[in-house]
Design a protein around this ligand. Structure first.
Ligand code: C2E
Ligand code: MG
Ligand code: MG
Length: 406
């Protein structure tokens, strides 16, 4: 199924040819068919990587076609093509999914060639080194594991009234207090290759199995936290939450119940949501975010600076932390523009009552600049690369806060 083949079925010959040309230009083997019989013949030798289905054909409707594909247990990724009312298309999408088909979504006709090529290129990249079945198996067979990256305090002291010892991370002769970790999903396939998260996370989103993936990561994090708690250390871990999950009104309860069942406090967990996805008027979104906060989870606006949120949106959303995107942090020392952006984000976050964390800190000079700007926390290769908790903990010691802050 990674042969990069594509079949488009559309009774309009022009649409078929347009799709075939675009697909061939980006590297697919593509063919067009015009009716149901043509489709049956085209998929006879095996399921193509991608199927583009026009929902309205002369002698058969799209729903009948979806049922046929489901009966055949078709494994192709499917895009629906339609100039129809979006509601009709959504119903067809839902039906396809409920039949177990791998529906990617719908493309509205007329489709522009450039949009089509962009979408096809994305699919090619995702096809990469694994099939959808590999990823599904990885999740169900628990081949996914978690790397942790320390988040350190740059500015400000240990919050008052915390009598605990703090975790100290040595870095080039200096020592930093660890205030938490970010959990990053890792997947090592059966051949031992590590597959990059952006690749398998977006594939899981497309395949609508991102909830299983997130649950697997979340459970592992909870187990880790529970083990540390039993040893007397209250760690704090951030988990990335895909925007695709924020329409799920049951998610806050699921995560809170999971934490409680293992004696972990919601306050020990920060949920990271990328800025791009957070900027939406969807009322469910606000509902889910607010309930996360009410249950005690921290909320962090990830990759901040790359999206298009307005001040009023940030003000209204219940985030507790802004994470400055690493593209600005890595250029901050060479580009005045990047420096000004970082400085403005630190001030904005503080003025709105949030903590600010910088991502992608790779040099001592970036760490110094951020400290001078009053940025609260930082994460990056300079302090530590993400790794197994056991490896990271081997470098860390628990010391009285006095030792770090005098
Ligand atoms: P992110 O949440 O912004 O995570 C930070 C990424 O920056 C991580 O990449 C981390 O390894 C990398 N990084 C950290 N410090 C440095 C540095 O100093 N320099 C550079 N160049 N990179 C640094 P990673 O692990 O490849 O993850 C990429 C993205 O995949 C994450 O971006 C996050 O959006 C997503 N992701 C990872 N795990 C999960 C997960 O469990 N669920 C979801 N939904 N998304 C995840
Ligand atoms: Mg993150
Ligand atoms: Mg980020």
């Amino acid at each position: 199924m990674t042969d990069k083949s594509l079949v488009v079925i559309d009774d309009d010959d022009l649409v078929g040819q347009l799709v075939v040309e675009a697909a061939q230009q980006v590297g697919f083997r593509a063919r067009a068919v015009q009716d149901f019989e043509g489709l049956k013949t085209a998929i006879e030798p095996g399921d193509p990587e991608l199927l583009l289905l026009d929902l309205v054909l002369p002698n058969v409707d799209g729903i009948q076609m979806l049922r046929f594909l489901a009966d055949r247990e078709c494994k192709s990724k499917i895009w629906l093509l339609s100039g129809f009312d979006p509601k009709v298309v959504q119903t067809a999408e839902r039906l396809g999914l409920s039949l177990g088909l791998n529906i990617l979504g719908a493309l509205t006709k007329p489709v522009s060639v450039s949009t089509l090529k962009d979408e096809l290129r994305k699919q090619l990249r995702q096809a990469g080194d694994f099939t959808p079945e590999d990823l599904k198996r990885a999740i169900t067979e628990e081949q996914l594991f978690v790397h942790y990256q320390p988040k350190v305090r740059l500015a400000g002291k240990q919050e008052p009234a915390d009598p605990n010892k703090v975790l100290s991370l040595p870095v080039e002769g200096d020592r930093f207090e660890i205030i938490g970790f970010e959990a990053l999903a890792r997947w090592q396939n059966q051949h031992g290759a590590l597959i990059p998260p952006p690749k398998f996370i977006s594939a899981a989103e497309d395949m609508q199995i991102i909830d299983e993936l997130t649950q697997s990561v979340f459970r592992q994090v909870i187990q880790e936290l529970a083990q540390w708690k039993a040893r007397g250390t209250g760690l704090n871990v951030a988990v990335n939450i895909s925007p695709a999950l924020l329409a799920d009104l049951d998610l806050p309860d699921f995560l809170a119940d999971e934490a409680m069942a293992h004696g972990v406090e919601a306050e020990q967990i920060v949920l990271e949501i990328t800025e791009n996805s957070a900027v939406t008027e969807d009322p469910h979104f606000m509902d889910v975010l607010s309930r996360f906060r009410l249950k005690g989870f921290g909320l962090s606006l990830d990759d901040f600076g790359t999206g298009f949120s307005s001040l009023i949106q940030i003000y209204r959303m219940p985030f507790t932390e802004l994470k400055i995107d690493r593209s600005f942090v890595s250029e901050m020392d060479d580009s005045e523009e990047a420096f000004t952006i970082v400085q403005s984000i630190v001030n904005l976050g503080h003025n709105l009552g949030m903590r600010v964390c910088a991502e992608g800190v790779e040099t001592p000079s970036a760490a110094r600049t951020l400290t001078n700007l009053g940025c609260d926390y930082a994460q990056g290769y300079y302090f530590s690369r993400p790794g197994l908790m056991s490896d990271i903990m081997a470098q860390i010691s628990a010391v009285p806060a006095m030792d770090l802050y005098g």
